[in-house]
Write a protein that binds this ligand. Structure first.
Ligand code: GMT
Length: 379
């Protein structure tokens, strides 16, 4: 039971994607501690499956009046946040992913007066892409400066934000996290045989939203290089705009019987549990939650040395990092890790140890609670 029961509004994207996952898992964990959590978004967050007495979901319904060329989602969201916060006496409004949640939270907070404290957690592309988008930059910067507190999911994202936007308040680094018992290597969940991967072959995995920033062509190139020297299979988990590129390259490389398109999957731990290596050759990655989930399941990571990835994946210990686009080195590293079983096992356990010791849900969630309590104790 929590010392004092906090009433928190979580404003997030409900769809597949790291920021929605972090918001949902944080909400569930805080609800388990006895806090009251109100999710305010346009759809039920996809990880919010079971009933929980401390969790409420408020759906934002956007008016579709014919005069609107664009549905006014941000106004409907602000209105819903205001309505819920006023009725439920919410103390904290926590926006995950700045655009457009920070603007809506700011608007609702103005309508509510001083009764709530506001927080935005920056997740990555809400700064790295939006800071370069002139149509959103000023309003993003303005509304971030109106929040009572800002957090960023890595030190790299914090520094990047301070460098690219004019932010007048401190940004606290609070890392993303995993639930170490949900994310652990569970042999019973293994589906290797169903994929018809022979025991002597390796299974590589990539999980993402298949956006250009993930460099899907590099994922396929790395896999082609590894498979040529060490017979392997590749699971592609997720969906998004680059999926067509993945299909085309798979065919062009003649790898159709070795690449498994899994689509969107809920039980990622089950798929990680039968994988040998995780590929994340992204252009930019503020944190790399998918890499952390892999590490927790004892899967070493081959990734780019970019953004917050080096804060998550310790190079040479939990996997190997290379410059963005250096697929030759990534292939070399992958083959050398996969072909040395002693080194492989050391990396697999080091990955889990690092995941648990630095990024366990309990440790990180308590940093958010401390932040909420500090904000509420301020006049
Ligand atoms: O990947 C995105 O473009 C959006 C975003 C999301 O909502 O999934 O991902 C970002 O937030 C995740 C959770 O904090 C981070 O783990 C991802 O690294 C980050 N993506 C990028 O920075 C590209």
């Amino acid at each position: 039971q929590a010392l004092s029961r906090l009433k928190i509004g979580m404003v997030c994207y409900p769809s597949y994607g790291g920021s929605g996952v972090v918001a949902t898992e944080l909400g569930i964990h805080l609800a388990d501690l006895g806090h009251e959590i109100h999710f305010i978004t346009y759809d039920k967050p996809f990880r919010l499956m079971a009933f929980h007495e401390n969790i409420f979901f408020h759906e934002v319904d956007v008016s579709n009046y014919p005069v609107f060329k664009y549905p006014p989602y941000i106004l409907a969201l602000a209105n819903k946040i205001y309505e819920v916060a006023r009725r439920e006496n919410l103390q904290i409004l926590h926006a995950h992913y700045a655009v457009p949640h920070t603007m809506a939270v700011h608007m609702a907070a103005q309508m509510l007066g001083s009764q709530v404290r506001t927080v935005t957690t920056l997740h990555g592309t809400d700064v790295t892409i939006m800071s370069e988008d002139q149509s959103l930059r000023d309003v993003t910067e303005f509304s971030l400066n109106q929040m009572d507190a800002l957090t960023a999911v890595s030190d790299d994202l914090k520094q990047y934000t301070l460098k690219t936007l004019n932010i007048a308040r401190p940004i606290q680094k609070i890392y993303n996290f995993i639930n170490a018992s949900q994310y652990s290597r569970q042999q019973a969940l293994c589906s290797r045989s169903r994929l018809k991967v022979p025991v002597e072959e390796k299974l590589l995995i990539h999980i993402s939203n298949f956006r250009p920033v993930k460099r899907i062509q590099d994922v396929l190139e790395i896999f082609r290089g590894v498979n040529a020297r060490c017979p392997s299979h590749l699971m592609l988990v997720g969906d998004g705009p680059e999926m067509r590129t993945a299909y085309d390259l798979t065919d062009r490389f003649g790898l159709r019987d070795r690449v498994h398109f899994m689509g969107k999957q809920d039980n990622v731990a089950a798929l990680l549990s039968c994988s040998d290596l995780f590929l994340l050759p992204s252009e930019k990655e503020s944190f790399g939650l998918a890499a952390l989930e892999a590490m927790a399941c004892e899967v070493p990571v081959i990734a780019s040395r970019t953004g917050g990835i080096p804060e998550v994946v310790e190079d040479g210990i939990c996997g190997a990092l290379s410059e963005v686009g250096d697929t030759e080195k990534m292939i070399e590293d992958a083959v050398s890790i996969l072909s040395d079983s002693v080194r492989y096992n050391e990396m697999a356990s080091a990955a889990r140890i690092r995941a648990i010791s630095l990024f366990e849900e309990k440790t990180i969630a308590s940093q958010y609670v401390a932040l909420y309590e500090r904000l509420l104790s301020e006049p």
